[in-house]
Each structure stands twice: as structure tokens, then as C-alpha cells.
Ligand binder design. Structure first.
Ligand code: NAP
Length: 586
């Protein structure tokens, strides 16, 4: 196999030890120039990143760049091979790399190079931070309120390519199986696709999103899904997401319900709120109340739509950065394409690749260098020094070449940016906004929930989580005191010798004690409790729960997860939800 990659002898490779990235002061990082406009923007960005590192650390830290070849440049060097094995190994070996856009060769037999890279390196998380930089043209009135990091699952969902064309033999086989074996109902001659969403895939993505929120002091992680319709794929993603939060990050996360119910809307120091939103509402919310959202965890398709839509809110896809990551290996990349008509003209905006590099510096833990670029950038833009794409949107701006934009930014950084003052300013603003949100939640909790897009869809959203239990051998009188002391209408009765959970309600007491003329002090809970308890799984929808309650003439159901009773839902809960949130047919 031909070898063309020259790993610099100066510098050290990044290592992974005990599941942590060990970044030396002189790391070797990979870069791929890319096709089309790739060389123009890469050249400019390498200069900016190096200048930022030099300015921030005065020579103590320095990146040693190693060129990796993919796309057209690789094809020229490796005898027509667009995706050389040596390059794949280099991404793995160097752990952290950055790449320009690549042309996908047209014609049969080629996987998109980006897709191939994702699959071969198992880069399961596509990470897209979206925030606004002062001066950048935006269609929003207050684009500064947008500051989210989207973690999109990269390997599953309808993107798995498990699709069968209408009219094909495979399609006919699957259609027959679905109809005859699984009682499925759909029109004839339908194209069929499969949407796999796994526990493993969902959990590793959400785990990464929560870890990011912890590492970067973010306020919340929102699970975006359409679980009200697709319960066992999108709904399962949501449930697995909450499970990871609870089981692996229980000491640093709380749910939105806990935020409202236990903490009265005031977010406790050091805790991240984990919440969920229905995907279509999320699109509305990112326009109406973007400041409510911080880190978003999504499945593949929703994330694809959402990341471009949100990027457009703050100045277009042209400057949105991104990265594809596995547990440690990370490939940062420009999110736009190769714009071939501008290739070699030194004309286009380097913003997308530039900020992908900022993400990369943050990933290394080199926050000071990252901040220098982030803080100097808006100053150059507000001076009106911009590339052609912004120049056509900002009246009176001066259009500069890609390389000239880099010069202006480097000059601004070396002139010194008062990092501390700017950081303080930003933190004060964030703290102020956070206080305002807390006050709103405290004063008008229900209105706030509705205004921020929370819609209860599954019983998990409305159930009472803090269950109060009694044992069979206790007296009904004692149980009545527990009900009165805790202002509840029902108690869960712990399992009997057959392992059956039970329930004791006020109605039981009225009908079986008062109406039955028995003495509560000498009657045991076991004698009047209802068993077996009707439990439904946590993903049961509100409508299904209502259905069971009315069919069975019960007034409450217990909610079960992993073989344990974790909550209770009553007719009153459903009534209140419909009264407050309204009800529309799904
Ligand atoms: P594109 O290359 O992103 O270009 C579309 C338009 O977006 C450009 O004509 C330009 O608009 C604007 N644009 C893109 N990058 C810009 C920048 N840095 N500065 C200013 N404006 C920029 O999309 P495409 O034409 O659909 O795709 C071209 C090739 O790129 C295809 O071969 C495709 O497969 C590949 N591609 C690669 C990647 C990747 O490697 N990640 C991603 C997407 C596409 P105006 O003309 O209006 O100024």
C-alpha cells in the first residue's frame, strides 16, 4: 500500500488513557484540505488557529499539523483512490482531525466520502453548535438568544438504508410478512423503509450530550423526539435518554418535572435539567423561545432537519461549524460543500471551518485560544470587514478575500482582546437571563411550561413520582393518617407474599369501611386493598391510559418501568392535563 502521509517528527500524538483524552502541549493534529474551496478556507484557517494558539500560550503550546489526504487530492496521489486506507488509519491514530469539504464522486459504486468516514470510524455523534455572532445578518429579531449545541445520532434511524422499492421482490416479501404475520395495514404498492432505533445507539448519544453539558457548564439537555406518534422508536429514544440521565448522571441531573415540582422552578446549582420536546414543537420553540434550550439530543432524521433550520436562524449554514465524533476520535469539519464555482478564487467565507476549529480547540481543552477567535470575530464583522456572502447582506460593508479576512482577524487577535472583560460581560448576561427564567417559572409555572413547548403525551409526563407506600399488615386507620398527612388520595401497597403490588384509595375506605361498617382501627390494609394492581408501562400514552381507566372503571393506574412501580396516574391528573394543555386528536 502506498504511504504518503508524513507524520511530523516534532510534536506528540494525543493519547487516550483511562477513557480520557491526554493532550500534550505540542500535539500532532490531522487536517484534510478538502476539494473545491477547501484549500482556500483551510489555508486561511490554519493561519488563524496557529495565531490564536501562539497568542494565547506564548509559544508554550503549538499544533503540529499532519496532512491527511481524502477526495480529489487523494485520488491524484493514490492512483485514483478517493478514500485511502492510510488516511482512515491516520484519523484513528491521531485521534483529532479537521477537514474541509469533499466532492462526492458521481457515478455508481461510490459511497459519499463523508458517509464512509462516519461509518468506518463509527463517528456516531454529529455535533453542531449554533450561536449568533454580533454583526452577522440574521432573519430573527433577537438572534443573540440562540445558543445551542445539537447532538445528532449519526448511525441509525431511517438513514440505515433498509429500504425496499415498491414493486420489487423484497418489498413484496416484506409486505406479505407485515400483513399476514403482524397484521399491519397499508396501501398497496408502497415503498417500505425500516427505522431502527436501539438502546445502545440512543444511550451512547445521550450520554455524550449530557457529558458535554456537564463539561461546559450548560443548563439543560433536551431530548427531541416524535414519541407521541412513534412510540417504540422515537418514544423509546426519549425513555432511554431519561434512563441514562437517571442511572449514570443521577447526581448531576434533574428532570423538568422535578425542577417545577420539587425545586419550584429554581434550578439548583450544579444540576442539569433533562427535558424532552416533541420535534415539531422544537422547531417552533427555536424561533419563539430559543433561550430555553441549550444542548439538544436528537435522532438522525430530526437532527438533520433541525441543525440546518437552526443554523439558518443565525446567519446561514455558511458559517455553521460541526464535528463527527466517536467516543474519542473526532473529525471536525466545515458543514457546507465544495462550492466548486468559487474554487481557487480566495473568495468564500471561512467561517464554518474556522468555528469547527474553535470547537476542536475546545475539545483539546484549549479554551483560551478558542475564546480569542470567538471574541475577536464579531469585532471584525461589525467593522464591516466581510467576505462576499455577508457583503451582499450588510449595506456599506467592505468585501474582502478569504485570506484578507484571515489577516484582519489575526490582527484583531494580536491587538489584544480583553478576554476577561468580555467573558465577564457574557456571564453577567447569561446569569441575568437565567434569573428571569427562574422568576417566570416560579410565578406562573403552568403558563411557562406551555410557553416553552412542554406537552404531556405519555403517562410519564403527568404521573406522581413520589409514591407513598404502606404495608399489608398496617391498619386502615394508620393508612388514613398517612393519606391525610401527605394530602394524597391513594397509597401504593407493598407486594404481598405472591409479589403482587396493591393500591388503597379513599374510595376503598368509603365503600369498604364506612359503607361496610367496619372499624378502620382493627381492619388490616390487606383486607380492603385492591389487588392485583393495574399497572401500565411508562411509555403508555395519555389516551391509552384514559382508555384503560374508562374500560375498567378504575380511577388510577400505577406506572411500571423495569418491573418496578415508579409512579401513579389518576383520573384527576388526566383531567387537569387536558384542562390546562387542551387536547387535540393525535
Ligand atoms: P455547497 O458547496 O455548500 O454550495 C452551495 C452554495 O452555498 C454556494 O454556491 C454558495 O452560495 C454557498 N456557500 C457554500 N460554502 C460557502 C462559503 N464557505 N462561503 C460562502 N458561501 C458558501 O453545496 P452544493 O453546491 O450542493 O455541493 C457542491 C459539492 O459539495 C457536491 O459535490 C457535494 O457532494 C459536496 N458537499 C460536500 C459536503 C462535505 O464535504 N461536508 C457537504 C455538502 C456538499 P452562493 O453561490 O449563493 O454564494
Amino acid at each position: 500500500m502506498p504511504r504518503h502521509i508524513k507524520v511530523p517528527e516534532s510534536g506528540e500524538k494525543i493519547r487516550v488513557e483511562n477513557d480520557n483524552l491526554v493532550v500534550p502541549d505540542q500535539p500532532i493534529l490531522g487536517y484534510v484540505e478538502g476539494d473545491g474551496i477547501g484549500p482556500d478556507i483551510t489555508r486561511a484557517c490554519l493561519r488563524i488557529w496557529d495565531a490564536a494558539v501562539e497568542k494565547a500560550y506564548g509559544g508554550k503550546r503549538k499544533i503540529h499539523w499532519c496532512e491527511i489526504f481524502l477526495g480529489e487530492k487523494a485520488a491524484g496521489i493514490y492512483d485514483g483512490d478517493y478514500f485511502p486506507q492510510e488516511s482512515l488509519e491516520a484519523f484513528q491514530d491521531l485521534t483529532v482531525s479537521i477537514k474541509g469539504p469533499l466532492t462526492t464522486p458521481v457515478g455508481g459504486g461510490f459511497r459519499s466520502l463523508n458517509v464512509a468516514l462516519r461509518q468506518d470510524l463509527d463517528l456516531y455523534a454529529c455535533v453542531r453548535p449554533v450561536r449568533h455572532y454580533a454583526g452577522v445578518p440574521s432573519p430573527l429579531k433577537h438572534p443573540g438568544k440562540v445558543d445551542v449545541v445539537i447532538f445528532r445520532e449519526n448511525t441509525e434511524d431511517v438513514y440505515c438504508g433498509i429500504e425496499f422499492k415498491a414493486g420489487s421482490d423484497e418489498n413484496a416479501k416484506l409486505a406479505k410478512f407485515l400483513r399476514e404475520e403482524l397484521d399491519a395495514n397499508f396501501f398497496d404498492n408502497a415503498g417500505l423503509g425500516i427505522k431502527p432505533i436501539s438502546e445502545f445507539g440512543s444511550k451512547r448519544l445521550v450520554r455524550k450530550a449530557i457529558q458535554y453539558a456537564i463539561d461546559h457548564g450548560r443548563e439543560s439537555v433536551t431530548l427531541v423526539h416524535k414519541g407521541n406518534i412513534m412510540k417504540f422508536t422515537e418514544g423509546a429514544f426519549r425513555n432511554w435518554g431519561y434512563e441514562v440521565a437517571r442511572e449514570e448522571f443521577g447526581d448531576v441531573t434533574i428532570t423538568e418535572e422535578e425542577l417545577y415540582n420539587e425545586y419550584k422552578g429554581k434550578q439548583p446549582e450544579g444540576k442539569i435539567v433533562v427535558k424532552d420536546r416533541i420535534a415539531d414543537i422544537m422547531f417552533q420553540m427555536m424561533l419563539l423561545r430559543p433561550e430555553e434550550f441549550d444542548v439538544l439530543a436528537t435522532m438522525n432524521l430530526n437532527g438533520d432537519y433541525l441543525s440546518d433550520a437552526v443554523a439558518a436562524e443565525v446567519g446561514g449554514v455558511g458559517i455553521a461549524p460541526g464535528a463527527n465524533m466517536s467516543d474519542h476520535v473526532a473529525v471536525f469539519e466545515a458543514t457546507h460543500g465544495t462550492a466548486p464555482k468559487y474554487a481557487g478564487l480566495d473568495k468564500v467565507n471561512p467561517g464554518s471551518l474556522l468555528f469547527s476549529g474553535v470547537m476542536m480547540l475546545e475539545y483539546l481543552g484549549w479554551q483560551e485560544a478558542a475564546d480569542l477567535i470567538t471574541l475577536a470575530y464579531p469585532e471584525v464583522i461589525t467593522d464591516g470587514v466581510v467576505t462576499y456572502d455577508f457583503a451582499r447582506q450588510i449595506p456599506g460593508a467592505t468585501e474582502v478575500k478569504t485570506s484578507e479576512f484571515a489577516d484582519a482577524l489575526i490582527e484583531r487577535m494580536s491587538g489584544g482582546v480583553d478576554l476577561e472583560a468580555k467573558r465577564q460581560q457574557q456571564q453577567d448576561l447569561l446569569a441575568k437571563e437565567r434569573r428571569q427564567r427562574e422568576i417566570r417559572r416560579l410565578l406562573e409555572p403552568m403558563e411557562e411550561m406551555v410557553a416553552t413547548g412542554k406537552v404531556p403525551t405519555a403517562v410519564a409526563d403527568l404521573m406522581t413520582r413520589s409514591l407513598i407506600t404502606v404495608r399489608d399488615e398496617e391498619t386502615v386507620e394508620a393508612a388514613m393518617h398517612v393519606m391525610a398527612d401527605n394530602s394524597v388520595n391513594a397509597l401504593v401497597v407493598e407486594p404481598d407474599s405472591d409479589g403482587q403490588w396493591g393500591i388503597l384509595t379513599k374510595r376503598d375506605i368509603i365503600t369498604k369501611i364506612v359503607n361496610g361498617s367496619r372499624n378502620p382501627a382493627s381492619t388490616r390494609v390487606a383486607e380492603i386493598a385492591t389487588r392485583p394492581l393495574v399497572s401500565v408501562p411508562i411509555e403508555t400514552t395519555v389516551r391509552e391510559a384514559a382508555n384503560i381507566l374508562s374500560e375498567k372503571h378504575f380511577s388510577r393506574l400505577t406506572i411500571e418501568q423495569g418491573g418496578r412501580v415508579v409512579g401513579m396516574v389518576s383520573e384527576d391528573d388526566i383531567f387537569e392535563t387536558v384542562e390546562k394543555f387542551g387536547w387535540t386528536a393525535e
